[in-house]
Every structure is written in structure tokens, then in C-alpha cells.
Design a protein around this ligand. Structure first.
Ligand code: GLN
Length: 563
């Protein structure tokens, strides 16, 4: 039978619950346990696929085509486990299922209620996943913070499940904040006490406290928290701010969190081996010998989370090349206002991520033209690939007004058009081309040199595609069709013949990149960007570790060290 770790959060949101869960997952996996993770989201959307990045950040796509919470990205990156649609359950999905059963007559004669029907459905989603994967431990993260009205059915389900499986088979981990009050020069434990008290009101006793704090706390603070919250002192963990997010499992391990959890769950396991994680990931991230600046040209650059997996995958590409990747986040509308040369003059590689809607497209096209004409390495992802095709059509083939029918339904040159399977689809939720499919990579292309194999699998999330009508003329004009989905006859990768590294894919490679297994295209893109910097001379400083001198654009810089 699986053991359960329920993880809740208190005081404020954004304390890094997903990272904490993923880190515990990695620690337990390193102790030889089979682990899975699940995210319970209390909102009513059936999945986050219909939400704007402003609401939700990135939508993470799994192999099996589920549109999920971005925490599943952390789970996959830290543990290397493959997540599925069952690893993310929302209140919307739970209610949808219960209401469908009610309409079918499954509860005929009865009143359908939050307790027991909704809570039963939640419990089933958890136990089903645990038994499906035959895991030793399932880590269940509840979204939101304790005290949220919509979180209550989930916490009640956990309370019941805990009772059912009994002592030694389930624990509660609670993530809280221990704020530092400058005026008093003190760390305050009261918010944590309140939060744990709030949990207790609903019948849940915290067993482990992960305390986010910007200052290390004294033994007396630890003991106070333990005493007031009814938790063993060794189960009060200091989750200090770290230099690199991948350090979190090491910080937990230093405080023997894995030992404490295993003891509480009555599991005995061999000592862990975190050597690979320490040397290949953390040490490399903290001590790079080179530096490269990459522009990510998008629409939601002011949000930390909108392109989360892209930023992480770029960092992985850096790890593979022993380089720090400094990411300059650029609003494509800034390029429309100021011109590509001014905004992109100092970067060594340009990446255009996925997206929807016409806002900012012209700026992206400008960025691509700049990359194409200056030989700056370019990596286009999904919408970025579609934009690369539009730019090529307009500026190389002279097809004035060429566009995607997403942005201009009446364009004379619909070089990107709706997928055939999408004709007539009007519902928005879960209806895109989603999930993993096979792509055949052409030999003698940059994509092939990166992957080193002809058959690859990548994840998708889109409605529009390269219009096959333009395949022949564009190929003649110098576009390379470097990858195709053969059974659907879809173009998946395009490159440029006369360019050092210009690769654009219809899929989302960022979702498959792991710190211990950087994605081949991200690795190759960073490598090409370092080379480009070298070719442009010491000014860019890629070889001397100085880093490029950045123009003061309005765009923010996300140092690769920080998450
Ligand atoms: N909007 C484009 C499409 O639907 C691209 C989607 C994306 O970048 N994920 O095809």
C-alpha cells in the first residue's frame, strides 16, 4: 500500500510549494522509493488550458496531452518521473465527474453533497493514482493556502483519507512563512502558529513544517515553533532562500528531512545518493565558466511564470555547456517601437516562445528578421516557428501580407493555417492538438546534429500548422523542412539553409528538458549562441566569463541563478 504525504501551504501564496514537493520527491526517490506527485487545484476550471498566463502562468503539457498546472513541470524536472492527466486534479474536474454521474442516475434517490460525494471523488482521484502506478509514496500538493474557502473540500478529503489509512501511513507537511521584521530585528513565528492552528481547526495536525525564511533562525526560534505548533523540533525545517532553486533538495537533506519523513512513515531505506544532482546540477549552476545572453521575445515577459519551462530549459542548456545563461526578457511590442537592432544588439541568441493572438506578432517578426539577417542563433517554439515561416514568406519569398489565418483569416498567403482536424472545432477546452507525437528528423540538419537520431517524440499544444501548399516553393527559396510528422504529413521543424543555427519547431521541447538531461535542442542552441558570441569577438565576453554588457532596455533580466 502506498504511503501519503499531503502538502499544504499557509500564510501567503508563492512560497514555492511546488518546488518543495518536487524536492521531497527527489529526496525520496534518491532513497530508492518509487514516488509520484499529484497537484490538487481548488479552482472550477476543468484544467488550466483555458486560462490566460496572467491568471495562471504557464500551462504545462504532459506526454498524454493534459494541460496542467506548472507545478507538474517542477515534478518532472526534479524527479524525472513522467506526469499524466491524473497527476493534476481540479475542483472543476471533480465536480464535472460527480455531476455527470448524477445525471446518469448513479445516485438515484439521494441528495448529492460536498461531503461525502465530492470528498469521495477527491479521495478516489488520489488513491487511483497511487495504485495505478504502484508507488511506495504519493506526494499530494493542495493548491492555494489554508483558509481559502474553495480549498476546504480538498482538506476534508485529506483528513478522511488520513484517518482511513492510519498512523504511520500518512503525514502532513505544511509550508509557511517566518517573516523577518526589520524594525524589530526579529523573525516572527506568529503567522506560522496561526496557520497551523487554522489547519487544526479542520482536523489536520501538521507533522512537518517547512519554514520559508530569509534569515537563518536560532535554535530558540525552532523550539518555539515546535512547541507552539505541536511538531517535533527536528521536523521544523528552515527553507532558507537559496542561490539556485535546484539547491532546495540539498538544503532539505542537510536538515535530514528525508530521514524524518521516512521515520514518520515507518519506512526504512538505504542512504541516499545525491552526488549526481550535486555535481551535475547544483555545482555547475553555481560555478559556470562561461556566460551567454539570450533574448526571450514574448508577450508575457513581466510575469515570472508565463514561460517557466522555457527559462528552465535554457538554464539546462547552459548546464550542458558549462555556461550561465542570462535571460533578457523582451516584450515584442518594445521591438515594434524601438526596432530590433536597438533592442537585440547585445544578445547572442534569440528565442521566441509559444503564444496565442495577434498582439506583438509584428515585433516577433522583426526579431526573426534580425536573427536571420545577422546570423544570430534563433530558436522558435510553436508560435515562434509559425512566425519564422511568416517572416520567411514575407521577406524572403516576397509574399506581401503573408500570415497565419489565426491573425488574418483573409490573408492572400495563408502560410500557417488551421489543422485539418481542427476544422469545425469551436469548443475551447482541451481541443487543441495536444501531447506527444513522433517526428521524423532529416539527416544533415542542425536538428539532427542535436538529437543524434531520426525519430524523436515531442509534446504539442496548438491549432495551426505550416500550410503544406508552401512546402515546395519555400524549400526552393532556402527553407529546410528538417522534421515532419509522417502519418499526419505535418511540418514539425524548419531551418534556414544559409544560417549557422536557425531552428524552429511546432512542438514544445521545453517540457522535456531536465537538469540532469538537458534537451538536445536547448543544449545545441546555447552552444551555437556561445559560438556566435565568440565569433563576434571579446566584446560579448562569452569566453572570458564577463558576460555581455546589456543595453538598458525596459525589459527585465532574469538572472539564471534565480528562479
Ligand atoms: N497560436 C498558435 C496555434 O494555436 C501557436 C500555439 C502555441 O504557441 N502553443 O497554433
Amino acid at each position: 500500500m502506498a504511503k501519503y504525504i499531503f502538502v499544504t501551504g499557509g500564510v501567503v501564496s508563492s512560497l514555492g510549494k511546488g518546488i518543495a514537493c518536487a524536492s521531497i520527491g527527489l529526496l525520496l526517490k534518491s532513497r530508492g522509493l518509487k514516488v509520484t506527485l499529484q497537484k490538487l487545484d481548488p479552482y472550477i476550471n476543468v484544467d488550466p488550458g483555458t486560462m490566460s498566463p496572467y491568471q495562471h502562468g504557464e500551462v504545462y503539457v504532459t506526454d498524454d496531452g493534459a494541460e496542467t498546472d506548472l507545478d507538474l513541470g517542477h515534478y518532472e524536472r526534479f524527479t524525472g518521473q513522467t506526469m499524466t492527466k491524473d497527476n493534476n486534479v481540479t475542483a472543476g474536474r471533480v465536480y464535472y465527474s460527480v455531476i455527470t454521474k448524477e445525471r446518469r442516475g448513479d445516485y438515484l434517490g439521494g441528495t448529492v453533497q460536498v461531503v461525502p460525494h465530492i470528498t469521495d471523488e477527491i479521495k478516489q482521484s488520489i488513491t487511483k493514482l497511487a495504485s495505478r502506478d504502484n508507488v511506495d509514496v504519493i506526494i499530494v500538493e493542495v493548491g492555494g493556502t489554508v483558509g481559502d474557502i474553495e480549498g476546504l473540500p480538498f482538506l476534508e478529503a485529506i483528513r478522511q483519507l488520513r484517518n482511513e489509512v492510519g498512523r504511520g501511513n500518512a503525514i502532513n507537511v505544511h509550508l509557511t512563512l517566518v517573516p523577518y521584521i526589520r524594525a524589530a530585528d526579529e523573525l516572527k513565528t506568529k503567522p506560522t502558529q496561526h496557520s497551523v492552528g487554522k489547519l487544526r481547526e479542520i482536523g489536520l495536525q501538521a507533522d512537518v513544517l517547512l519554514c520559508r525564511t530569509e534569515k537563518p533562525f536560532a535554535e530558540s526560534v525552532r523550539n518555539k515553533i515546535a512547541q507552539f505548533c505541536n511538531v517535533a523540533p527536528e521536523a521544523v525545517i528552515q527553507a532558507l532562500d537559496v542561490r539556485d532553486v535546484y539547491e532546495v533538495p540539498l538544503v532539505f537533506n542537510q536538515q535530514h528531512l528525508d530521514d524524518t519523513i521516512l521515520r514518520m512513515l515507518e519506512l526504512s531505506c538505504p542512504k541516499q545518493d545525491l552526488v549526481g544532482w550535486r555535481t551535475e546540477v547544483v555545482e555547475r549552476a553555481l560555478h559556470p565558466t562561461r556566460r551567454v545572453t539570450i533574448a526571450v521575445v514574448g508577450k508575457y515577459i513581466q510575469l515570472q511564470d508565463a514561460y517557466k519551462s522555457i527559462y528552465e530549459a535554457l538554464r539546462h542548456g547552459g548546464l550542458a555547456n558549462d555556461a550561465a545563461v542570462e535571460i533578457t526578457r523582451i516584450d515584442s511590442e518594445q521591438i515594434e517601437r524601438e526596432g530590433a537592432a536597438k533592442v537585440l544588439g547585445d544578445v547572442q541568441g534569440i528565442l521566441i516562445p509559444g503564444g496565442f493572438g495577434h498582439r506583438g506578432i509584428e515585433g516577433k517578426l522583426e526579431a526573426i528578421r534580425y536573427a536571420r539577417t545577422t546570423g544570430t542563433p534563433f530558436f522558435g517554439i510553436c508560435l515562434g516557428m509559425q512566425c519564422a515561416v511568416i517572416e520567411f514568406a514575407r521577406n524572403v519569398c516576397g509574399l506581401t501580407g503573408a500570415n497565419s489565418t489565426e491573425f488574418d483569416p483573409n490573408t492572400a498567403h495563408p502560410v500557417i493555417s488551421l489543422l485539418e482536424e481542427q476544422q469545425g472545432v469551436t469548443a475551447k477546452g482541451g481541443t487543441m492538438r495536444l501531447g506527444s507525437s513522433t517526428c521524423h528528423v532529416e539527416p544533415r540538419t542542425n536538428a539532427f546534429r542535436a538529437y543524434g537520431q531520426e525519430e524523436i517524440r515531442e509534446r504539442h499544444r496548438h491549432r495551426y500548422e505550416f500550410n503544406n501548399r508552401y512546402r515546395e516553393p519555400f524549400t526552393k527559396a532556402g527553407l529546410v523542412i528538417a522534421g515532419v510528422y509522417r502519418s499526419g504529413d505535418l511540418v514539425e521543424i524548419v531551418e534556414l539553409k544559409e544560417h549557422p543555427w536557425f531552428v524552429a519547431g511546432q512542438f514544445h521541447p521545453e517540457f522535456q528538458s531536465r537538469p540532469l538531461r538537458p534537451h538536445p535542442l536547448f543544449r545545441a542552441f546555447i552552444e551555437a549562441s556561445l559560438k556566435h558570441a565568440g565569433a563576434r569577438g571579446g566584446r560579448q565576453g562569452a569566453r572570458d566569463g564577463q558576460g555581455a554588457k546589456r543595453r538598458s532596455t525596459k525589459s527585465e533580466t532574469l538572472r539564471s541563478k534565480k528562479s
